[in-house]
Design a binder for this molecule. Structure first.
Ligand code: SF4
Length: 244
């Protein structure tokens, strides 16, 4: 039985991407292998995991870390008994750093008939391949060099490993995004997985990263549509209604 440092387990609405508005249970794991400039997530390990008392109650209790897969499976059973759940999302941080744990929990969830959803930064293809059989939906990021480093090689490997899944790609665009790096990302998708949905997510500005203008978003979407058929602009929405 594997275990992991888990930060939060709660039931809420998916606020990003293709499955926007889905009612999901979120399992948010600690640790990340990247340091993106626009990161809005504290993924440091914690002594306690915050577990919602009842699905959607927004009140939490502390459960000592690390959590075993069996404990997490039991919380998921409890929440999906309280609120019909459209998918269970593994998020982070980068959940594939704990691929063994994710694989064990996802196998139990999938066998109960609930869909499993992986939110990943799209850099750990070898880890993904070990558990891809128990993952239904993949939300994969492509990080642009202006977010911190050039990861196109890792993204290409990941795209090849995940392209036969229910996969969509999320590309966060900021005031710092250059046309050149954006087009490199679009070329990569057009070459490796041209029918995959590409979502442009305008950044929620932080101290370190500036907003992107409306004109620029429209210009980038138009450039992407010249290479890929399915390109949508979808901002983060959960912050509008103040849910997690
Ligand atoms: S991959 Fe995600 S969690 Fe990790 S640093 Fe980047 S934005 Fe933050």
């Amino acid at each position: 039985m594997s275990s992991a440092n888990v930060l939060e387990i709660f039931s809420s609405v998916q606020g990003e991407g293709k499955y926007l508005g889905y009612r999901q249970i979120f399992i948010r794991l600690a640790d990340c292998n990247l340091h993106c400039a626009y990161c809005d997530t504290n993924f440091s390990r914690a002594e306690y995991c915050k577990v919602e008392r009842a699905a959607g109650s927004l009140t939490f209790r502390d459960v000592k870390n690390p959590l075993t897969a069996a404990q997490v499976i039991e919380f998921v059973r409890q929440f999906s008994g309280e609120v019909p759940t459209q998918a269970v999302s593994f998020t982070g941080g980068e959940p594939l750093l704990n691929w063994e744990f994710v694989g064990e929990v996802a196998a139990a969830i999938k066998s109960s008939g609930v869909k499993t959803f992986l939110e990943t930064n799209g850099t750990l293809s070898a880890e993904f391949e070990k558990i891809s059989g128990v993952v239904d939906i993949v939300s994969m990021d492509i990080k642009l060099p202006s977010a911190g480093q050039n990861l196109f090689q890792q993204h290409e490997k990941f795209l090849r490993a995940a392209r036969d899944k229910d996969l969509y790609i999320k590309l966060v665009v900021t005031g710092e995004t250059t046309r050149e790096e954006f087009l490199s990302a679009v070329e990569l998708v057009a070459r490796v997985a041209p029918t995959t949905l590409l979502i442009l997510q305008p950044v929620t500005p932080t101290r370190k990263v500036s907003a992107i203008s409306a004109e620029r978003i429209l210009e980038l979407q138009a450039a992407a549509l010249r290479k890929i058929k399915n390109v949508r602009v979808i901002p983060q929405t959960h912050k509008f209604i103040n849910v997690l």
